[in-house]
Design a binder for this molecule. Structure first.
Ligand code: 8X3
Length: 251
């Protein structure tokens, strides 16, 4: 029987690429996001290849999270793999100039949203004494860079939660691991810079950044290891990137 995978933030970037790849590998998919048109597009594209259901909810709203996950039909109610992927950066400002709304958004989505979804999915994994949680962190969870302040703090929290979950869920035989990508060319910078496409594009200019599918490919590798193998914490960067601030650009 194929594994059932729940992906948050499935409407773009790494989440979308992961949905596409896992659909082609016949995983059953629960795709979560807020853009219904994109969710519908995924269903139309892949429902012939695999079982697929979508959940439209705002990860910041705890009632909606529990209601949506609690509403899953029987066929999808056993979740084997949870991919905590939803997350964004909002702004890139020095700490004294940052926007409170940006800070709220990053902490609410990247940290509290991840916690709400995990809390909603965990009881059944604990009961079965099996399951796999993949937390999508960031190199920003491993180091801090200028003006990254709150985004880096949110991803450091993901790093801490990844370790904390692994420790607390160890007795139940649940696998927990993080994948921490560096620069990936997605909508990430367009959102960070609030639609300023010149700024967003310049981030990925002059070198070959990671693509969303590069990370999706790693996620597929991680979830298809034998059950006794847990990729606990993985950092992946473009070859041109050495750290958050050192990128070998050719312009
Ligand atoms: C994305 C990595 O360095 O653009 O999480 O903040 S970075």
């Amino acid at each position: 029987m194929s594994k059932t995978v729940l992906i948050t933030g499935a409407t773009s970037g790494i989440g979308y690429a992961t949905a596409v790849l896992l659909a082609s590998k016949n995983f059953s998919l629960i795709l979560c996001g807020r853009r219904q048109d994109r969710l519908d597009e995924l269903v139309n594209k892949f429902s012939k290849e695999t079982s697929i259901i979508t959940l439209n909810f705002d990860i910041r709203n705890r009632e909606s999270v529990f209601k949506a996950i609690g509403s899953l039909p029987k066929k999808f109610s056993k979740i084997d793999v949870l991919i905590n992927n939803a997350g964004n950066a909002h702004g890139l400002d020095p700490i004294d100039k940052g926007s409170l709304d940006d800070w709220d958004a990053m902490l609410d989505i990247n940290v509290k949203g991840l916690l709400y979804v995990s809390k909603a999915v965990l009881p059944q994994m604990v009961q079965r004494e099996s399951g796999h949680i993949i937390n999508i962190g960031s190199t920003a969870g491993k180091e801090v860079y200028p003006n990254g302040n709150v985004y880096c703090a949110s991803k450091h929290a993901v790093d801490a939660l990844n370790q904390g979950m692994r420790i607390d869920l160890n007795a139940y035989g649940i696998r927990v691991g993080a994948i921490n990508p560096g620069m990936v060319e997605t909508e990430f910078s367009a959102i960070r810079f609030k639609g300023d496409m010149d700024k967003a594009k310049s981030v990925y200019k002059g070198f070959q950044p990671l693509k969303a599918m590069d990370v999706a490919d790693i996620i597929h590798f991680v979830i298809s290891r034998p059950y006794h193998v847990n990729i606990a914490d993985l950092v992946v960067m473009s070859t041109a990137q050495a750290s958050s601030t050192i990128v070998n650009k050719n312009d």
